[in-house]
Design a protein around this ligand. Structure first.
Ligand SMILES: [Fe+2]
Length: 432
């Protein structure tokens, strides 16, 4: 009954409460480092981070080591954390001299074979407080990959303050705030949280979106000198993860075909280089927000279809590296959950009728009306609201067992939408 009362309570009006620490989230987790970003209330001039390993008798340390840090002009403080122990759970607290502030947690990754769980999803109405965020949190993932439509404010102008307010609105929502403090994030925007619907690199909001992302999101190192795009690459154990930015360098969908690009020349070169570096990884997770399995037809032009030349170039590059079976693509954008085992995702120029591509999984929407995009998908499509995905990796050292599943708002597997891969000796095979 108590739980019901709590659940039925109106969303806390944080602005009225005006807590000294408004929000905090973590990201950029590696085997020995992490990053926490927090916003304090207007007028608060100092805060610090207290970090404690979650084991008996562990001692805390603070960031900075002595004293307090000052927030930026917009009340945000970033705390880079170094010298952490691998595969270790940590508790952190952002506190001010007069307040215990907010607490969160993360687990560092292991070097070498390391088993982990990752949740992935996209698309929630602005500041949604839906229980699906509790369901994701209760799965205790090591990382939550948020693939965009963090809000639907469609800020189509170069207005950094509007983007700052958007982050505040979402991070102030009670269930999302709880999730982001319980689980580190890797976030990449899609169209509605980058600009207007179907936004591309010509969006007037581009500078504000990419700039405020750098201020407020705890992200992995960005590629500097690349005109603002936010692509990132990192490792969890032996698995390599690559996030591409499919908005900030994209040319308009109707650009001349020989100049039409999804990633832009600089990011495409970076991505191809990252794939070469990852060629020996037992598994590569490519986080690509927009639908890969799409074809142009008279009714709709979705996802990668208008950029088919670049899609083929990437598929050829992956194929040439012998990586096709070892890629799992995680996607959002389409308001559906769907899994393809590679039956429909082959776009290399050498493909024939039975050529297999890589596994593609969509886990969406968290809280937005359903809509199917692209396909077909071998394991089917769940066109429902309040969904997300899980990627479980168990690494024995000699083989990886990888389970990709789509989940409903209770956290249960959506019937049919579960796939198991076994990866060993540089090949992954779908076993179920
Ligand atoms: Fe969306």
């Amino acid at each position: 009954m108590v739980g019901l009362l709590i659940a039925a309570r109106p969303v806390a009006t944080r602005a009225q409460d005006n807590p000294p620490v408004a929000w905090a989230w973590s990201g950029a987790v590696t085997s020995n480092s992490a990053r926490v970003v927090a916003r304090v209330a207007t007028g608060i001039t100092q805060a610090r981070l207290v970090i404690t390993p979650e084991r008996a008798g562990a001692t805390s340390r603070t960031q900075p080591a002595t004293g307090y840090a000052r927030p930026d002009a917009h009340s945000v403080i970033a705390f880079p954390i170094a010298n952490l122990e691998q595969a270790t759970r940590y508790r952190y607290r952002v506190e001010t001299p007069d307040s215990p502030g907010l607490e969160g947690r993360f687990r560092t990754y292991g070097n070498g074979p390391f088993s982990f769980r990752l949740a992935f999803a996209s698309c929630a109405s602005t500041a949604s407080n839906h229980v699906v965020f509790d369901a994701i949190r209760e799965k205790a993932p090591d990382l939550f990959v948020h693939m965009g439509d963090f809000h639907y404010l469609n800020i189509g102008r170069n207005d950094p303050d509007a983007f700052r307010r958007a982050y505040d609105r979402v991070l102030d929502s009670r269930r999302q705030s709880a999730l982001y403090r319980a689980t580190p994030i890797a976030y990449v925007y899609d169209d509605h949280d980058f600009g207007s619907d179907n936004a591309d690199g010509t969006a007037r909001s581009r500078s504000a979106a990419t700039g405020v992302y750098r201020e407020r999101v705890p992200h992995y190192p960005l590629v500097e000198g690349n005109d603002g795009t936010i692509q990132q690459a990192f490792s969890i154990g032996r698995v390599r993860l690559i996030i591409t930015d499919t908005r900030a360098a994209r040319s308009p969908v109707d650009a001349p075909i020989d100049r039409r690009t999804m990633l832009g020349a600089a990011q495409l070169a970076w991505f191809e280089g990252e794939l070469i570096k990852a060629r020996d990884a037992p598994l590569v997770v490519w986080i690509n927000t927009v639908p890969w399995i799409t074809s142009s037809n008279e009714r709709t032009i979705e996802g990668w279809a208008p950029y088919a030349r670049e899609r083929t170039r990437i598929a050829d590059h992956i194929d040439g590296l012998g990586l096709t079976s070892r890629i799992v693509m995680l996607s959002g954008d389409g308001h559906m959950a769907a899994i393809d085992d590679g039956s429909h995702s082959a776009y290399m120029s050498s493909r024939q009728d039975n050529t297999r591509g890589f596994v593609v999984a969509h886990g969406a929407p968290m809280d937005r009306w359903p809509r199917t995009k692209g396909g077909p998908y071998s394991h089917g499509v769940s066109r429902r609201n309040h969904q997300f995905g899980l990627l479980d990796v168990k690494d024995s050292g000699s083989a990886l067992d990888v389970t990709v599943s789509a989940r409903n708002a209770r956290g249960d597997v959506i019937p049919g939408l579960e796939l198991v891969l076994r990866c060993e000796k540089s090949v992954c095979a779908v076993t179920r």
